[in-house]
Design a protein around this ligand. Structure first.
Ligand code: MLT
Length: 253
């Protein structure tokens, strides 16, 4: 089984194309909505990405799946790393797309907490969506694909502000995950849109270096002319990257 976790602040629609492509290729693919996103039930209590990882482990229990390839884009990648921390025995391989292992610098964490307050006070993402879109989509998409910008805007505005705030607080509290990656010896696919300004080349280099240090066999893929949301900016290229890598893994189906 392959589990693909979506980015912030959106939902499983992010992986629609890959779910279709990989299912058609014969893989069992699950693209859950993280709690509170995509109309799913929120979780309360202390904000931590570990809680999302625990929910994912429950979902795997429910599906009677022992181990899976777990991957995610950006925040989905952070949750993948939380899975390695919390439930390493459930993970047979990882996909890290447009993400990073570093924790937030203090100012970035403060900005997240301020944005959490802002969306709760405003009852929605309308005041922050434009600022987010600038970084989520690449320069090429912004210049040439207004319809895609409009779609992602709609996805962001559709999310529950309380879930958005919860996720921001959880991300602000996340630890550095380089040592976690160095503790994983399974196969890894690391991909990044070449116009991504949020997950940078040094971010990817740090993740691959840590994985290789731990004995992981890492495959790297550059997705051209797309930004942070590579999976929706060039769905076919990302689907092909995933399928090509999965094909090499004997037990991924
Ligand atoms: C995402 O796309 O999930 C976000 O950029 C993650 C983040 O805010 O760090």
């Amino acid at each position: 089984m392959v589990i693909l976790l979506h980015a912030f602040p959106m939902d499983s629609l992010l992986w629609s194309a890959q779910r279709r492509a990989l299912s058609a290729a014969g893989y069992r693919v699950v693209t859950p909505d993280l709690p509170g996103f995509g109309g799913s039930a929120r979780i309360g209590g202390p904000e931590s990405l570990d809680r999302y990882a625990d929910e994912l482990a429950h979902l795997m229990d429910h599906l009677t799946v022992d181990r899976a390839v777990v991957g995610g884009l950006s925040m989905g990648g952070y949750v993948t790393m939380a899975m390695l921390r919390r439930h390493p025995q459930r993970v047979s391989g990882i996909i890290l797309a447009d993400t990073k292992a570093a924790a937030d610098a203090p100012e970035a964490a403060r900005n997240r907490l301020a944005m959490a307050e802002q969306v709760v006070a405003a009852g929605g993402q309308q005041d922050v969506v434009d600022g987010m879109l600038v970084n989520l989509l690449g320069a090429t998409s912004h210049a040439q694909r207004p319809e895609l910008v409009a779609t992602v805007r709609r996805w962001i505005l559709a999310q529950d502000p309380l879930a958005v705030a919860w996720a921001q607080r959880a991300m602000a509290a996340r630890p550095d995950s380089l040592a976690t990656l160095a503790g994983f010896a399974g196969p890894a696919l690391v991909l990044r849109g070449s116009e991504d300004t949020l997950s940078t080349i040094p971010d990817v280099a740090a993740m691959t270096e840590a994985l290789r240090r731990g004995g992981s066999e890492v495959s790297e893929q550059d997705i051209g002319q797309v930004g942070h949301l590579s999976a929706v900016e060039d769905p076919a290229a990302v689907s092909a990257a995933l399928a090509g890598w999965l094909e090499e893994l004997p037990a991924a189906g």
